[in-house]
Design a protein around this ligand. Sequence first.
Ligand SMILES: Cc1cc2nc3c(=O)[nH]c(=O)nc-3n(C[C@H](O)[C@H](O)[C@H](O)COP(=O)(O)OP(=O)(O)OC[C@H]3O[C@@H](n4cnc5c(N)ncnc54)[C@H](O)[C@@H]3O)c2cc1C
Length: 427
Amino acid sequence: MIQPPNETPDTIQDVDRGDVDIAVIGAGIAGLVCAEQLRQAGYRVVVIEKSRGFGGRAATKRVPNFRADHGLRYLERSGRLLPVLIDALCDRDLLQPWNVRFCRVTPDGTLTPDLSPNPEPSAAISPQASPPSLNPIRGIIGISDAETPERTQVTANLVNPDQPSCQRYIAPAGANAIGKFLAQNLTVWRSRRAIGLLAVGDRWQVQLEAVAEGVDAPLSLTARAVVVAIPAPQALELIAATETIAPEIQATIAAVSYHPCLSVMAGYPAELAAADRGWDALQFTDDRALFWAGVESTKRKADQLCLTVHAAPEFARAQFDAPDLNACGQTLLDRLASHFPALAAHRPDFLVVHRWRYALIDRPFDRDCLSTRSPLPLVFGGDWCGTAQAETALRSGLAMAAEVTRSVDGRSLPTLDGMLTALGDGS
Ligand SMILES: Cc1cc2nc3c(=O)[nH]c(=O)nc-3n(C[C@H](O)[C@H](O)[C@H](O)COP(=O)(O)OP(=O)(O)OC[C@H]3O[C@@H](n4cnc5c(N)ncnc54)[C@H](O)[C@@H]3O)c2cc1C
């Protein structure tokens, strides 16, 4: 476990015993940014993460002889916050521009080359005022741009494939390098799922369950404030049994929904890489089965051709619980063959399909985070607080940190830039 360098021995013991100022649930971009903000402000913070990795949906999977990004495909230089993160990651060689042949596929199957990446992204972005809260309920605070960094509404390509694009960036070591970078000074209890919240006196008790065998105790944590930085439906499960949380909070979170996705990773012999297809990434518009396809092996050195294909929501919803996921994956590859005829003659050397139950936002919450102080400080957020995906996750992470300090003791927080500058290279 990496201990924050600026903590005193007493504090470390407290953290090890599971008594902290702030518990952050979820080690995705939103949770890690929030936790690091709070750590740099001097709070004792523990992050709880159910998986073994850092970064949540900014994820990388080991497949035979390769590492594939099966969640977040790339970061776009858009919005107000992502460029700051992108610059910090590029400075440390953790991210680099991804200049590949990107095409859009119209419903009739026509390929249109994407506009060349725009180095001046501001031209493509129109800052909008935050919309009024959908659900201004007493006791619930929907934090918006009045209190947090300026809100910029950017509908990313994944949500609106017609949106003009900006320069794209990928992590040569894999998208999970983003989470590793953000988590480098944080205490993260991995392979532990938060399963309940109980208000006991002036502290939250967070109940945990071990997800992997051999995970060390403790399996509970007490904290003055809790941040829940996980997809809204999972947040709803977490608080389902907490009677002291206002039903309006549950109703607000329940109104949020996500699209599922099936992410297919497939490897082919190297000679197929030479077969010209005219594209390296395809964004489909209104295809019932395909949403996106990318030549993953253009991101990092590979001895073979590796493709990542994302199912469209309609297909993913229909096939999510299919007993033979590989057959679903093959169906998607067969459909892709109309844009890459050489595929039709080959079976993949390997085929791995990952299910994302909560992949991309469908119905978002329209504020940067959702917060209550009754019975104790509790803040919710993540990429469901908007439609700009990683940009929203970043913005929500900052908003959650600001709201927690407000409800605890009002300490000041670093800027995003200042926070990132204080971090090393994540190795
Ligand atoms: C297939 C796919 C492609 C995408 N492509 C792009 C893209 O190109 N560009 C872009 O900007 N965005 C993209 N996104 C979206 C982007 O990945 C997300 O918007 C962003 O990573 C969300 O961050 P987050 O911190 O809000 O949530 P998450 O990344 O989901 O983090 C939540 C974390 O909480 C953990 N967790 C959940 N429940 C519990 C619990 N009870 N206890 C403990 N831990 C828990 C999870 O394991 C996870 O690590 C893509 C997503 C997917 C799935």
